[in-house]
Write a protein that binds this ligand. Structure first.
Ligand code: BJW
Length: 240
Protein backbone atom coordinates (compact mmCIF):
# COMPACT_ATOMS: atom_id res chain seq x y z
CA UNK A 1 0.00 0.00 0.00
CA UNK A 2 1.61 3.27 -1.00
CA UNK A 3 1.44 6.67 -2.50
CA UNK A 4 -2.15 7.81 -2.06
CA UNK A 5 -2.32 11.15 -0.31
CA UNK A 6 -5.75 12.57 0.34
CA UNK A 7 -6.40 15.63 -1.75
CA UNK A 8 -9.36 17.92 -2.17
CA UNK A 9 -11.55 15.24 -3.62
CA UNK A 10 -15.28 15.72 -3.76
CA UNK A 11 -16.74 13.03 -6.01
CA UNK A 12 -15.67 9.42 -5.58
CA UNK A 13 -16.60 6.60 -7.96
CA UNK A 14 -15.79 3.03 -6.94
CA UNK A 15 -15.93 0.13 -9.42
CA UNK A 16 -16.00 -3.39 -8.01
CA UNK A 17 -15.54 -6.81 -9.60
CA UNK A 18 -15.69 -10.45 -8.59
CA UNK A 19 -12.55 -10.18 -6.41
CA UNK A 20 -14.38 -8.18 -3.74
CA UNK A 21 -16.75 -11.10 -3.18
CA UNK A 22 -14.03 -13.79 -3.34
CA UNK A 23 -13.52 -13.61 0.41
CA UNK A 24 -17.27 -14.14 0.88
CA UNK A 25 -16.80 -17.50 -0.84
CA UNK A 26 -18.04 -16.57 -4.33
CA UNK A 27 -15.75 -17.68 -7.14
CA UNK A 28 -14.13 -15.24 -9.54
CA UNK A 29 -14.49 -15.77 -13.29
CA UNK A 30 -10.91 -15.90 -14.42
CA UNK A 31 -7.79 -17.46 -12.97
CA UNK A 32 -7.74 -20.55 -10.74
CA UNK A 33 -11.17 -22.11 -10.16
CA UNK A 34 -12.77 -19.89 -12.80
CA UNK A 35 -14.27 -22.75 -14.80
CA UNK A 36 -17.85 -23.96 -14.25
CA UNK A 37 -18.46 -27.55 -15.41
CA UNK A 38 -15.39 -27.05 -17.65
CA UNK A 39 -16.91 -23.96 -19.31
CA UNK A 40 -15.37 -20.50 -19.40
CA UNK A 41 -17.77 -17.67 -18.55
CA UNK A 42 -17.53 -16.51 -22.18
CA UNK A 43 -19.19 -19.83 -23.15
CA UNK A 44 -22.20 -19.60 -20.81
CA UNK A 45 -22.86 -15.88 -20.36
CA UNK A 46 -24.02 -15.17 -23.91
CA UNK A 47 -27.41 -14.94 -25.64
CA UNK A 48 -26.11 -17.55 -28.09
CA UNK A 49 -25.41 -20.06 -25.30
CA UNK A 50 -28.89 -19.45 -23.86
CA UNK A 51 -30.50 -20.02 -27.27
CA UNK A 52 -28.47 -23.17 -27.94
CA UNK A 53 -28.64 -24.79 -24.50
CA UNK A 54 -31.01 -22.96 -22.12
CA UNK A 55 -30.95 -25.82 -19.57
CA UNK A 56 -27.19 -25.40 -19.14
CA UNK A 57 -27.48 -21.64 -18.68
CA UNK A 58 -30.36 -21.95 -16.18
CA UNK A 59 -28.27 -24.54 -14.29
CA UNK A 60 -25.28 -22.18 -14.15
CA UNK A 61 -27.36 -19.35 -12.67
CA UNK A 62 -29.34 -21.63 -10.33
CA UNK A 63 -26.03 -22.90 -8.90
CA UNK A 64 -24.76 -19.33 -8.48
CA UNK A 65 -28.02 -18.27 -6.74
CA UNK A 66 -27.80 -21.24 -4.36
CA UNK A 67 -24.18 -20.30 -3.56
CA UNK A 68 -25.16 -16.66 -3.00
CA UNK A 69 -27.85 -17.70 -0.51
CA UNK A 70 -25.04 -19.09 1.68
CA UNK A 71 -22.72 -16.08 1.32
CA UNK A 72 -22.40 -13.05 3.59
CA UNK A 73 -20.98 -9.58 2.88
CA UNK A 74 -17.39 -9.16 4.03
CA UNK A 75 -15.35 -6.33 5.56
CA UNK A 76 -14.72 -4.76 2.13
CA UNK A 77 -18.45 -4.56 1.30
CA UNK A 78 -19.12 -3.09 4.75
CA UNK A 79 -16.33 -0.51 4.41
CA UNK A 80 -17.83 0.75 1.14
CA UNK A 81 -21.25 1.04 2.76
CA UNK A 82 -19.68 3.09 5.55
CA UNK A 83 -17.96 5.32 2.97
CA UNK A 84 -21.31 5.97 1.30
CA UNK A 85 -22.87 6.87 4.67
CA UNK A 86 -20.08 9.14 5.91
CA UNK A 87 -18.35 10.70 2.89
CA UNK A 88 -19.35 14.36 2.68
CA UNK A 89 -19.07 14.65 -1.11
CA UNK A 90 -20.56 12.54 -3.90
CA UNK A 91 -20.07 8.79 -3.62
CA UNK A 92 -21.21 6.23 -6.17
CA UNK A 93 -20.64 2.49 -6.28
CA UNK A 94 -20.63 0.83 -9.70
CA UNK A 95 -20.46 -2.95 -9.58
CA UNK A 96 -19.96 -5.53 -12.28
CA UNK A 97 -21.08 -8.14 -9.76
CA UNK A 98 -24.54 -9.62 -9.95
CA UNK A 99 -24.47 -10.76 -6.32
CA UNK A 100 -26.40 -8.67 -3.82
CA UNK A 101 -23.63 -8.37 -1.22
CA UNK A 102 -23.16 -4.59 -1.55
CA UNK A 103 -26.84 -3.98 -0.84
CA UNK A 104 -26.86 -6.49 1.99
CA UNK A 105 -23.86 -4.67 3.51
CA UNK A 106 -25.89 -1.44 3.51
CA UNK A 107 -24.89 0.34 0.28
CA UNK A 108 -27.90 2.03 -1.29
CA UNK A 109 -26.45 3.90 -4.26
CA UNK A 110 -25.36 0.87 -6.28
CA UNK A 111 -25.25 0.74 -10.07
CA UNK A 112 -25.39 -2.99 -10.88
CA UNK A 113 -24.23 -2.61 -14.46
CA UNK A 114 -24.28 -6.36 -15.26
CA UNK A 115 -27.68 -6.96 -13.66
CA UNK A 116 -28.77 -8.82 -10.54
CA UNK A 117 -28.70 -12.53 -9.82
CA UNK A 118 -31.77 -12.43 -7.58
CA UNK A 119 -33.92 -11.00 -10.38
CA UNK A 120 -35.40 -12.56 -13.52
CA UNK A 121 -36.84 -10.90 -16.61
CA UNK A 122 -39.83 -11.84 -18.73
CA UNK A 123 -38.70 -11.70 -22.37
CA UNK A 124 -42.27 -11.10 -23.54
CA UNK A 125 -43.22 -8.17 -21.30
CA UNK A 126 -39.79 -6.94 -20.15
CA UNK A 127 -40.98 -7.09 -16.51
CA UNK A 128 -38.22 -7.57 -13.94
CA UNK A 129 -39.29 -9.86 -11.10
CA UNK A 130 -37.75 -11.29 -7.93
CA UNK A 131 -36.21 -14.66 -8.77
CA UNK A 132 -36.54 -17.79 -6.65
CA UNK A 133 -33.27 -19.67 -6.09
CA UNK A 134 -34.22 -22.16 -8.82
CA UNK A 135 -36.09 -21.40 -12.02
CA UNK A 136 -35.97 -22.67 -15.57
CA UNK A 137 -38.03 -22.93 -18.75
CA UNK A 138 -40.87 -24.69 -16.89
CA UNK A 139 -41.45 -21.63 -14.70
CA UNK A 140 -44.47 -19.42 -15.54
CA UNK A 141 -44.03 -15.68 -15.03
CA UNK A 142 -46.58 -13.75 -12.97
CA UNK A 143 -46.98 -11.08 -15.67
CA UNK A 144 -48.19 -13.13 -18.65
CA UNK A 145 -48.56 -16.59 -17.11
CA UNK A 146 -46.59 -18.29 -19.87
CA UNK A 147 -43.78 -20.79 -19.28
CA UNK A 148 -40.42 -20.41 -21.01
CA UNK A 149 -40.22 -16.63 -21.19
CA UNK A 150 -38.08 -15.99 -18.10
CA UNK A 151 -34.35 -15.42 -18.23
CA UNK A 152 -31.82 -14.30 -15.63
CA UNK A 153 -31.74 -10.49 -15.31
CA UNK A 154 -28.04 -10.30 -16.13
CA UNK A 155 -26.03 -8.70 -18.92
CA UNK A 156 -24.39 -11.20 -21.23
CA UNK A 157 -21.59 -10.62 -23.76
CA UNK A 158 -22.88 -8.60 -26.68
CA UNK A 159 -25.65 -7.00 -24.60
CA UNK A 160 -25.59 -3.39 -23.45
CA UNK A 161 -24.76 -2.94 -19.74
CA UNK A 162 -27.27 -1.13 -17.53
CA UNK A 163 -27.07 2.49 -16.24
CA UNK A 164 -24.46 3.49 -18.84
CA UNK A 165 -25.72 7.10 -19.10
CA UNK A 166 -25.64 7.54 -15.32
CA UNK A 167 -22.19 5.92 -15.00
CA UNK A 168 -20.71 8.00 -17.83
CA UNK A 169 -22.00 11.18 -16.17
CA UNK A 170 -20.56 10.14 -12.79
CA UNK A 171 -17.15 9.45 -14.35
CA UNK A 172 -17.14 12.82 -16.10
CA UNK A 173 -17.31 14.54 -12.70
CA UNK A 174 -15.15 12.17 -10.74
CA UNK A 175 -12.18 13.27 -8.59
CA UNK A 176 -11.14 9.85 -7.26
CA UNK A 177 -11.75 6.58 -9.12
CA UNK A 178 -11.06 3.28 -7.35
CA UNK A 179 -11.26 -0.15 -9.04
CA UNK A 180 -11.42 -3.07 -6.62
CA UNK A 181 -11.09 -6.78 -7.47
CA UNK A 182 -11.58 -6.65 -11.22
CA UNK A 183 -9.31 -8.12 -13.89
CA UNK A 184 -10.25 -5.22 -16.20
CA UNK A 185 -10.69 -7.58 -19.14
CA UNK A 186 -14.36 -6.84 -19.86
CA UNK A 187 -15.52 -3.63 -21.53
CA UNK A 188 -17.00 -1.11 -21.07
CA UNK A 189 -16.01 -1.35 -17.35
CA UNK A 190 -12.34 -1.85 -18.26
CA UNK A 191 -12.43 1.55 -19.98
CA UNK A 192 -13.77 3.49 -16.99
CA UNK A 193 -10.29 4.30 -15.67
CA UNK A 194 -9.52 6.11 -18.94
CA UNK A 195 -12.76 8.11 -18.70
CA UNK A 196 -12.00 9.02 -15.10
CA UNK A 197 -8.51 10.17 -16.07
CA UNK A 198 -9.94 12.31 -18.87
CA UNK A 199 -12.01 14.00 -16.17
CA UNK A 200 -8.81 14.67 -14.19
CA UNK A 201 -9.43 12.07 -11.49
CA UNK A 202 -6.81 10.39 -9.35
CA UNK A 203 -7.04 6.62 -9.96
CA UNK A 204 -6.33 3.70 -7.62
CA UNK A 205 -6.38 -0.03 -8.35
CA UNK A 206 -6.86 -2.46 -5.44
CA UNK A 207 -6.03 -6.03 -6.45
CA UNK A 208 -3.61 -8.71 -5.26
CA UNK A 209 -2.33 -9.07 -8.84
CA UNK A 210 -1.40 -6.67 -11.64
CA UNK A 211 -4.10 -6.53 -14.31
CA UNK A 212 -4.31 -5.63 -18.00
CA UNK A 213 -5.27 -2.11 -16.94
CA UNK A 214 -2.68 -1.55 -14.20
CA UNK A 215 -0.56 0.81 -16.29
CA UNK A 216 -3.57 3.15 -16.63
CA UNK A 217 -3.83 3.74 -12.84
CA UNK A 218 -1.82 6.31 -10.87
CA UNK A 219 -1.73 4.18 -7.70
CA UNK A 220 -1.78 0.44 -6.99
CA UNK A 221 -2.49 -1.20 -3.67
CA UNK A 222 -1.59 -4.87 -3.89
CA UNK A 223 -3.50 -7.11 -1.50
CA UNK A 224 -6.88 -8.49 -0.54
CA UNK A 225 -9.98 -6.34 -0.59
CA UNK A 226 -10.92 -7.17 3.03
CA UNK A 227 -7.56 -5.83 4.19
CA UNK A 228 -7.22 -2.77 1.93
CA UNK A 229 -10.76 -1.39 1.48
CA UNK A 230 -11.23 -0.76 5.23
CA UNK A 231 -7.84 1.03 5.14
CA UNK A 232 -9.04 3.19 2.27
CA UNK A 233 -12.23 4.02 4.22
CA UNK A 234 -10.15 4.98 7.26
CA UNK A 235 -7.88 7.17 5.14
CA UNK A 236 -10.72 8.98 3.40
CA UNK A 237 -13.02 9.35 6.39
CA UNK A 238 -10.29 10.60 8.71
CA UNK A 239 -9.01 13.26 6.31
CA UNK A 240 -9.96 16.83 7.25
C1 BJW B 1 -9.17 -10.04 -5.64
C2 BJW B 1 -9.27 -10.93 -4.60
C3 BJW B 1 -9.39 -10.36 -3.33
C4 BJW B 1 -9.10 -12.10 -6.33
N1 BJW B 1 -9.41 -9.03 -3.20
N2 BJW B 1 -9.21 -8.73 -5.49
C5 BJW B 1 -12.88 -6.55 -28.17
C6 BJW B 1 -12.37 -5.39 -27.60
C7 BJW B 1 -13.12 -4.64 -26.68
C8 BJW B 1 -14.40 -5.05 -26.32
C9 BJW B 1 -14.89 -6.20 -26.90
C10 BJW B 1 -14.15 -6.93 -27.80
N3 BJW B 1 -14.88 -8.01 -28.18
C11 BJW B 1 -16.07 -7.97 -27.53
C12 BJW B 1 -16.09 -6.86 -26.73
C13 BJW B 1 -17.19 -6.43 -25.83
C14 BJW B 1 -17.33 -7.36 -24.64
C15 BJW B 1 -15.99 -7.58 -23.97
O1 BJW B 1 -15.50 -6.77 -23.20
N4 BJW B 1 -15.36 -8.73 -24.23
C16 BJW B 1 -14.04 -9.00 -23.67
C17 BJW B 1 -13.96 -10.47 -23.30
C18 BJW B 1 -13.00 -8.54 -24.65
N5 BJW B 1 -18.24 -6.68 -23.72
C19 BJW B 1 -19.55 -6.79 -23.82
O2 BJW B 1 -20.07 -7.52 -24.66
C20 BJW B 1 -20.39 -5.94 -22.89
N6 BJW B 1 -21.31 -5.20 -23.66
C21 BJW B 1 -20.92 -4.23 -24.51
O3 BJW B 1 -19.74 -3.95 -24.69
O4 BJW B 1 -21.97 -3.60 -25.12
C22 BJW B 1 -21.67 -2.54 -26.04
C23 BJW B 1 -21.99 -1.22 -25.42
C24 BJW B 1 -21.33 -0.81 -24.27
C25 BJW B 1 -21.60 0.44 -23.70
C26 BJW B 1 -22.55 1.27 -24.28
C27 BJW B 1 -23.21 0.84 -25.44
C28 BJW B 1 -22.92 -0.39 -25.99
C29 BJW B 1 -21.17 -6.82 -21.93
C30 BJW B 1 -20.27 -7.52 -20.96
C31 BJW B 1 -21.10 -8.43 -20.07
C32 BJW B 1 -20.21 -9.21 -19.09
N7 BJW B 1 -21.00 -10.15 -18.41
C33 BJW B 1 -20.38 -10.97 -17.37
C34 BJW B 1 -21.43 -11.97 -16.90
C35 BJW B 1 -22.51 -11.23 -16.10
C36 BJW B 1 -23.48 -12.15 -15.47
C37 BJW B 1 -22.81 -13.15 -14.57
O5 BJW B 1 -22.20 -12.78 -13.54
O6 BJW B 1 -22.90 -14.33 -14.90
O7 BJW B 1 -19.95 -10.14 -16.28
S1 BJW B 1 -18.85 -11.79 -17.87
C38 BJW B 1 -18.07 -11.62 -16.31
O8 BJW B 1 -16.87 -10.79 -16.44
C39 BJW B 1 -19.05 -10.86 -15.41
C40 BJW B 1 -18.12 -9.92 -14.70
O9 BJW B 1 -18.85 -8.83 -14.18
C41 BJW B 1 -17.11 -9.56 -15.76
C42 BJW B 1 -15.84 -8.98 -15.23
O10 BJW B 1 -15.15 -9.90 -14.43
P1 BJW B 1 -14.37 -9.40 -13.13
O11 BJW B 1 -15.32 -8.89 -12.13
O12 BJW B 1 -13.28 -8.50 -13.53
O13 BJW B 1 -13.84 -10.80 -12.54
P2 BJW B 1 -12.50 -11.62 -12.90
O14 BJW B 1 -12.71 -13.02 -12.44
O15 BJW B 1 -12.11 -11.44 -14.32
O16 BJW B 1 -11.36 -10.92 -12.03
C43 BJW B 1 -11.33 -11.02 -10.63
C44 BJW B 1 -10.20 -10.15 -10.09
O17 BJW B 1 -10.26 -10.18 -8.67
C45 BJW B 1 -8.80 -10.64 -10.49
O18 BJW B 1 -8.06 -9.55 -11.04
C46 BJW B 1 -8.19 -11.10 -9.16
O19 BJW B 1 -6.78 -10.85 -9.10
C47 BJW B 1 -8.94 -10.26 -8.17
N8 BJW B 1 -9.06 -10.84 -6.83
N9 BJW B 1 -9.22 -12.23 -5.13
C48 BJW B 1 -9.31 -8.25 -4.35
N10 BJW B 1 -9.48 -11.16 -2.24
Amino acid sequence: MNGLKTEHWHNIVVLTGAGISAESGLGTFRGAGGLWEQHRVEEVATPEAFAADPAMVYRFYNARRAQLAEAEPNAAHRALAEMERRWQGGFALVTQNVDNLHRRAGSTRVYSMHGELDKMRCQRSGSVLDAPVYFDSEHCCSCCGVAGSLRPHVVWFGEVPLFMDEITALLAHCDLFVAIGTSSTVYPAAGFVALAREAGATTLEINPEPTEASSRFHHHWRGRATELVPKLADLLLSSP
